[in-house]
Design a protein around this ligand. Structure first.
Ligand SMILES: *Cc1c(COP(=O)(O)O)cnc(C)c1O
Length: 375
């Protein structure tokens, strides 16, 4: 069976794990956490990076930093992972779901402004498949209306928009290092903060709502509970594993891009004759090959293709149920105006196996089986 995902293991991670054990310090903010944060700050030109236990908890921390009140509104796409929305719902905010663009499946920047009300505080963008949202337009809207921008860049580590790394453009950026993502620590994430005005508050939120970090630096005599927060920091074991992967980030990226390009070339005749839709990457975007997703005629054709691939020992999967159609999503928000593309496109999208180390032979086999299906 060709699996949909195989978590990235390079081999070098073991050395860093052993070193972490020798250091006898396994909690948060240790040696490897600092190494990872520093690596990302330099590589991505980010003013501040903090490792977290997941992208979901990075989003929780970002939502706390947004200082939302009951009744505030957050604009975001419905075509995303539940925690892009639940972090705001947990703060009592209402989610206002804006439709996606049919080409990138990212939030349609032309529909954001009409959804803004007096209660809107935040725009949360999701860079689907590691392809950037139209950030210039979105940042301009946010600036004109005094809104904060949170980037859910869970899938966008190493991707760029007009030369800038995703996650570093908005006020807060969130990365995922879950085993299904390009770089992993099993479970893990990072919070990126642009403005130093938020640095101290972020540090306190991430360290259980206390000023322990300031205490450890000798800035306060004792630490205490100073804000809402939680235990959001990644353990040293995870950070040591992640460090090995970050050092080889370019190599992992190139390997994935090579596979992505093989798919694109191998399936382009089916695009030309109108059988399937292939991914679209705007010229401003450099993507990280997080995903290779095709779109077929409709939901029923998708089911048949998944089944056909399974019979040929290939695991292909669909993706998000739009949040506004989910049980909890209905409680937490509403869809703004017409759902022109969110439901329609989500129902016909199919993700093909793509991970570090998938072989050319495997990709050629998958391309052939898809062609056989359309014969
Ligand atoms: C994976 C993912 C998340 C959640 O990441 P975790 O690290 O598992 O919490 C959130 N948003 C998006 C868009 C994702 O793809």
């Amino acid at each position: 069976m060709i699996k949909f995902n195989v978590p990235c293991v390079l081999g070098c991670e073991n050395e860093y794990l052993q070193e972490a054990l020798k250091r006898h310090s396994l909690g948060g903010d240790g040696f490897y956490t600092k190494k990872c944060n520093q690596f990302m700050e330099e590589k991505f030109q980010a003013s501040k990076v903090h490792l977290t236990t997941s992208c979901s908890t990075a989003l929780d921390a970002a939502a706390l930093l947004c200082d939302l009140k009951e009744g505030d509104e957050v604009i975001l796409p419905s075509y995303t992972f539940p925690t892009s929305a639940s972090c705001f719902a947990l703060r009592g905010a209402k989610c206002v779901f804006v439709d996606i663009r049919p080409d990138t499946l990212n939030i349609d920047e032309t529909k954001i402004e009409a959804a803004i009300t007096d209660w809107t505080k935040v725009i949360c963008v999701v860079h689907y498949a590691g392809v950037a949202c139209e950030m210039d337009t979105i940042m301009d809207i946010a600036k004109r209306h005094g809104l904060l921008v949170v980037e859910d860049a869970a899938q966008g580590v190493m991707s760029k928009y007009k030369g800038q790394y995703l996650g570093t453009i908005g006020d807060f950026g969130c990365y995922s290092f879950h085993e299904t993502k390009n770089y992993t620590s099993g479970e893990g994430g990072a919070l990126i903060i642009k403005d130093k005005h938020y640095f101290c508050q972020a540090e306190n939120i991430l360290d259980c709502g206390t000023d322990r970090q300031g205490f450890l630096r000798g800035e306060v005599g004792a630490y205490s509970w100073v804000t809402l927060g939680s235990s959001f920091m990644m353990s040293e074991l995870s950070a040591a594993y992640l460090y090995g992967q970050l050092l080889h980030a370019e190599e992992i990226n190139e390997n994935r891009l090579k596979s992505w390009n093989l798919y694109y070339e191998g399936l382009s005749d089916l695009k030309t004759n109108g059988k399937i839709v292939l991914p679209f990457v705007p010229v401003e975007c450099e993507h990280n090959a997080h995903m290779f997703a095709i779109r077929v005629k409709d939901k029923s054709e998708r089911s048949s293709l998944i089944q056909f691939l399974k019979e040929h020992e290939i695991q292909a999967v669909f993706h998000y149920q739009p949040l506004h159609s989910s049980k909890e999503g209905k409680q937490c928000g509403t869809f703004f105006e017409e759902d022109q593309y969110t439901t329609k496109e989500s129902e016909r999208l199919l993700r093909l196996p793509l991970y570090y180390g998938i072989t050319e032979e495997e990709i050629h086999k998958i391309i052939k089986v898809i062609h056989d299906f359309y014969q």
